[in-house]
Each structure stands twice: as structure tokens, then as C-alpha cells.
Ligand binder design. Structure first.
Ligand SMILES: [Zn+2]
Length: 196
């Protein structure tokens, strides 16, 4: 059975695997038009069709039709359930990531060379600095672009309630970091547009 629904995400074109999961877009057979909005205006949309272990993306980029699959991978959590990831579809990459960024194709930030943009905002952004500090305290070597807050495992011996509090705080820092990153990446839009 096919489902059809509309989803809205704000601002710039990023696909967040957790957001898709929460919107039930990853259920095999689900089909939706995923739409990006800015100031109440539709900026872009793509068709997303969920298969068993992948999603198929169909859209047009600068008049050129695009259609390809992005593999999904699930990793078990220590405390039950699992986490879902994208496998970056760029040729030769295959990194496991939570977010893909749209240019002509959706790819991870490494492929889009967004490191520079994230370094630019890290100079002055408190959210990013706070996020890194808390992640180090939690024993997490991964940055906010690569490991979503709720994916950060609980350190051994840390009480569950205390950890949940840390994660809630980390999610707030990450959101601040994300906001300044979005500002920088939208300025770097020209760079995204000419990627593979
Ligand atoms: Zn990649």
C-alpha cells in the first residue's frame, strides 16, 4: 500500500534521516513529496519513495532529471532499538551520515566540502563550542554534523536521567550550531550548486 503525504522542513536543502524517520517517510512503500520552505514560500521539493533498505529520490536539478537511491543502514543501540543512517550516495564515498545536503545531488558534507563553512562559523559560534565541550565530556569524538545528539551513547556509569538531561542540553547547543551553519551554507550556495 502506498501512502502519500507532504512534509515541510525549513530553510535550506538538507535531508535529515531522523526527521524523515519521525515523519514515517522511511516506511517501505511510503511515497511523499518532501518540501523545503523559506519564509512561508516553497523553495524546492523532491519525491521520496521508501524501499526496504533505501530511499529513492526523484527530482529535477537545474532542469536535469535526477533519480537514484540512497541506502539506509541501521545500527543497534546499546539500550534497545536502533539508529538509522544514510549511506552517502556519492561515488566512492559510502560514509554513514545522518544528513545529506542538496546540490545537484544529495551528498554528505564531506563530499560537498562543507568543512570550510563549519570552520568559519566555529570561530565565533558559542553553540558549536558548547556542543564540542559537552560531546568531549560524554566521550563522543563525533561532531554535531556527524552524530545527532540523541545518537550519542550514554557513558558507562552515567545515570539514565542525568544522561537524558545532557542530551537535551546537547540538542539545544546543536540547534544553535545548526542555525549558524545554515547561515554560512546559504552564503556558500554557489559552491553547493556546482557539486557532482
Ligand atoms: Zn559523501
Amino acid at each position: 500500500m502506498r501512502h502519500y503525504s507532504k512534509s515541510a522542513v525549513e530553510d535550506y536543502r538538507a535531508l535529515d534521516v531522523r526527521r524523515l524517520a519521525r515523519s514515517n517517510v522511511l516506511q517501505p512503500g511510503h511515497y511523499c513529496l518532501w518540501t523545503w520552505w523559506r519564509d512561508g514560500e516553497k523553495v524546492a521539493s523532491i519525491n521520496v519513495k521508501a524501499e526496504a533498505h533505501a530511499i529513492r529520490l526523484t527530482y529535477s536539478a537545474n532542469g536535469t532529471p535526477q533519480a537514484y537511491s540512497v541506502r539506509l543502514e541501521r545500527t543497534p543501540c546499546h539500550y534497545g532499538g536502533n539508529r538509522v543512517w544514510f549511506i552517502c550516495p556519492a561515488v566512492g564515498c559510502h560514509r554513514r551520515v545522518a544528513k545529506l545536503y542538496g546540490g545537484t545531488i544529495f551528498a554528505c558534507r564531506h563530499c560537498h566540502q562543507l568543512n570550510y563553512a563549519s570552520q568559519q562559523c566555529s570561530q565565533r559560534d558559542r553553540g558549536i563550542n558548547n556542543s564540542w565541550r559537552l560531546r568531549r565530556k560524554l566521550g563522543c569524538d563525533w561532531g554535531w554534523l556527524d552524530m545527532p545528539a540523541e545518537y550519542v551513547p550514554r557513558p558507562k556509569g552515567r545515570h539514565q536521567t542525568a544522561h537524558a538531561r545532557d542530551i537535551a542540553r546537547l540538542a539545544r547547543y546543536d540547534a544553535q550550531a545548526e542555525a549558524s551553519f545554515a547561515a554560512v551554507t546559504s552564503r556558500a550556495g554557489a559552491m553547493l550548486a556546482r557539486l557532482p
